[in-house]
Design a protein around this ligand. Structure first.
Ligand SMILES: *[C@@H]1O[C@H](CO)[C@@H](O)[C@H](O)[C@H]1NC(C)=O
Ligand SMILES: [Cu+2]
Length: 132
């Protein structure tokens, strides 16, 4: 049955092509690249970094920073916009910090010390499941 085999190969290739982006193994995102999690050298530094990334469920963010110099906090959109550090959803004061992206949707991360200098990122986590 060579035709059946060929069809199977074709179907497999098409399915893999559809699944392409989301079936890769979870990746680590080193926030800010080699610079790490620092007070941004230019105002749009982290916005630019985020634009070059694709975040999928079960990926991880790695924030490289010296303990005491920076922090990593997840906050609400309101707190993110105003750099309100009063009541974060989550805070890690020990560097480096790793965050597993277990929840699909938009998440907001700031440094509670340099948020106002632009040390903050918006991360849109996309599902890993395939929808045809
Ligand atoms: C910051 O957030 C807290 C609640 O988390 C709120 O009580 C406080 O009023 C906010 N501060 C400002 C300046 O908006
Ligand atoms: Cu900082």
């Amino acid at each position: 049955m060579p035709y059946l085999k060929l069809n199977l190969v074709a179907v497999t290739i098409i399915v893999i092509a559809y699944m392409h982006v989301s079936t890769t193994v979870p990746s680590l995102h080193f926030v800010g690249g080699i610079g790490g999690w620092v007070a941004p050298p230019e105002p749009n530094y982290y916005e630019k970094w985020v634009k070059g990334e694709n975040f999928f469920r079960f990926d991880a963010l790695v924030f490289i920073f010296d303990t005491g110099s920076h922090t990593l906090a997840e906050v609400t959109k309101e707190a993110y916009d105003t750099c309100n550090t009063t009541n974060p959803i989550y805070i890690d004061t020990w560097g480096p910090a790793t965050v597993r992206l277990n929840v699909v949707g938009v998440h907001f991360y700031i440094c509670t010390m340099y948020c106002k200098s632009g040390q903050k990122i918006t991360v849109d986590v996309k599902p890993r499941n395939i929808t045809f």
